[in-house]
Write a protein that binds this ligand. Structure first.
Ligand code: SF4
Length: 278
């Protein structure tokens, strides 16, 4: 029997997962950095401008020193694409888990994962159901990581609207940020899921956080403008920039349902994809 650690596929995917976490927690995607820079240029408030400058300085120092850019290195959310020639077996899931444990030791990541009621910390960011791994068919084997900090995740909301209430969506999105205030470390990116089912809608909202933020369609722009009109500003200290972007993903749903989910993401919008040559 081939033990997972003796399996070359296990080793390659585990190493790629660890590499993706290292890149994600130390270097923000360029579209996020650019959005922060242009927000800093547009902000009329000196305090807001200064907060954005502090965030940009923090990002630059983290990248130079290869250190995590926030102390909360999140919980591990992972997306795998699996091509037809790679067997989809438990080996892939074990490999991702081992990659998370290795990243926790080597980078290091803060051990954030605990049992939900006893609050016992596993010490390695894994546990039953964690990391969360979403698997999709694809043309190549790839691992995408999205380390998700709790400050922003805790402010996320989901509503099962009536099918006739689509006009309430902008209000629900803005209200989510109004309730959150400065707690999710704004400026935020909001991932909005519309449609699907109760669980599927939340997954859509999280996947929306992987979309590039350098463009928004007119509906996304309308939602973003509604959030920025709140004046919460960078780190909640007031200003025009509460959200850098709002991104929407939709799915078909039951004729009697209209689920809407808002997944709040802080400025530390970390994600990274690594392809595994296989
Ligand atoms: S919300 Fe984001 S920036 Fe704030 S502490 Fe958590 S991970 Fe860090």
């Amino acid at each position: 029997m081939v033990l997972p650690e003796d399996d070359p596929l296990f080793r390659a995917l585990s190493a790629a997962t660890c590499r993706a976490f290292r890149e994600a927690v130390t270097t923000l995607p360029q579209d996020v950095v650019e959005a922060l820079r242009s927000a800093a240029m547009r902000e009329p408030s000196a305090l807001a401008k200064n907060e954005l400058k502090n965030i940009l300085d923090n990002i630059a120092i983290a990248e130079q020193r290869a250190l995590p850019l926030c102390q909360d290195t999140g919980v591990p959310v992972v997306y795998l694409t699996v091509p037809p020639h790679v067997p989809y077996t438990e080996t892939l899931i074990y490999a991702v888990g081992e990659g998370v444990q290795r990243a926790t030791r080597e980078i290091p990541l803060r051990p954030n994962v605990v049992s939900p009621l006893k609050r016992e910390n596993s010490g390695d960011n894994t546990g039953p159901g964690m990391p969360i791994v979403h698997v999709r068919p694809g043309s190549c084997l790839s691992v995408t990581v999205l380390p998700k900090g709790a400050g922003a995740e805790n402010m996320s909301r989901l509503a099962m609207l009536l099918p006739t209430e689509s006009e309430k969506i902008p209000r629900f999105v803005a209200e989510t940020m109004l309730i959150a205030g400065g707690r999710p470390c704004p400026p935020v990116i909001l991932g909005v899921g519309i449609g699907g089912t109760f669980d599927g809608c939340a997954a859509l909202a999280k996947e929306a956080l992987l979309l590039p933020i350098d463009t928004m369609d007119p509906f996304e722009q309308k939602l973003c403008d509604a959030v920025n009109a709140l004046g919460i500003g960078p780190m909640g200290l007031g200003g025009k920039t509460t959200a850098l972007a709002v991104k929407v993903r939709m799915a078909a749903c039951h004729t009697a349902s209209l689920p809407v989910a808002v997944n709040v993401q802080c400025w530390a919008a970390r994600h990274c994809t690594v392809e595994v040559p296989w």
